[in-house]
Write a new protein. Structure first.
Length: 317
């Protein structure tokens, strides 16, 4: 046997031994032994493949009906068992009363940072407390009321644009049912949402998805959502969870996820500089970015960090 085959064999054996020992150790020390468990499960994918393949959360509904408000499921690629919960009291305990006792996965945070920067969704511990306190003045009752105008204006423009699209007589817009018109509801609602976020977050008009920046953000979101529905989209998170160092590798699919953050940061910097030139160096405006910059100016907060906050507010992220 050649040295190359011997090396490959030893590497594969060491990897397999590592996975087996890791799985055995974590199973023996798991705190989920007394929790009801979902039946079955694939030897490699655990229960995660069943959950991914079952539409409308059918896997979870079935097991909650059988096991109660909490059950344990096997993780894929020999990872730790997963606790599924639908008990309101337990969820409140985790997300409201003691959120800092339940940190994010080490494999998820690098991806969140790549897509949305070191924003509130990325932060942990004292950093999360500081960012949350910085954002609190932006979402007071009076500030939220001021946002109502942006939402109403966008809604009215959205309705007018959708009516114009539906009334279009081009054959490409016609469905098969006579005068019916087919529309992509997700695409249209995403346009409206991005417009609201641009107005409230940046004080910028994306023209309901018609600008180049809006198209770049929407295309990136579409690619992420499409990939998540493919087998590769199912396997990738499991691999990243098992081998977290992969998130630091220069892989095109991983690096491309930063498009949203890059577009938001570039656009935000242009808007801020234009705002400062027009107002003799002062930051004026009632949008989220302007408010954050005024609040944090005395503390020397970097503009990139402020723009990270803006990028987290699109619901499809």
């Amino acid at each position: 046997m050649s040295p190359l085959y011997i090396q490959l064999f030893l590497t594969a054996s060491a990897l397999a031994l590592y996975i087996v020992i890791r799985r055995w150790y974590r199973s023996s020390t798991s705190g989920l032994k007394s929790v009801p468990r979902a039946a079955g499960g694939h030897w490699l994918w655990g229960h995660e493949k069943d959950a991914w393949e079952t539409p409308d959360a059918g896997f979870y509904i079935k097991n909650f009906d059988k096991c109660g408000q909490a059950f344990a499921m096997r993780g894929g690629l020999f990872s730790d068992d997963i606790l599924a919960i639908n008990d309101p009291a337990a969820l409140s305990h985790m997300f409201t009363k003691h959120p800092y006792n339940y940190p994010k996965s080490v494999s998820i945070r690098p991806l969140v940072e790549r897509i949305m920067g070191r924003s509130l969704l990325w932060a942990e511990g004292d950093e999360h407390k500081r960012q949350r306190a910085a954002l609190a003045p932006v979402f007071t009752h009076s500030m939220v009321k001021q946002m109502e105008f942006n939402v109403r204006d966008t809604s009215e423009r959205f309705v007018d644009m959708l009516k114009e699209h539906i009334s279009d007589d081009e054959p490409t817009n016609k469905g098969t049912g006579g005068d019916a018109v087919e529309i992509n509801v997700v695409d249209w609602t995403s346009r409206a949402t991005l417009q609201i976020i641009g107005s409230i977050g940046l004080g910028h008009d994306f023209r309901l998805g018609e600008t180049d920046d809006a198209k770049a953000i929407t295309q990136s979101l579409h690619e992420i959502a499409t990939t998540n529905m493919t087998p590769a989209g199912f396997i990738a998170p499991l691999v990243l969870r098992t081998f977290p160092f992969i998130t630091n590798l220069p892989i095109k699919a991983i690096q491309a996820q930063g498009t949203i953050k890059l577009v938001t940061q570039r656009l935000g910097k242009e808007i801020v500089e234009e705002n400062r030139r027009a107002n003799c160096g002062e930051i004026k405006g009632k949008d989220l970015l302007s408010t954050l910059l005024r609040l944090e100016d005395a503390r020397g907060e970097q503009l990139d960090r402020m723009l990270d906050h803006v990028s987290i507010y699109h619901p499809r992220l």
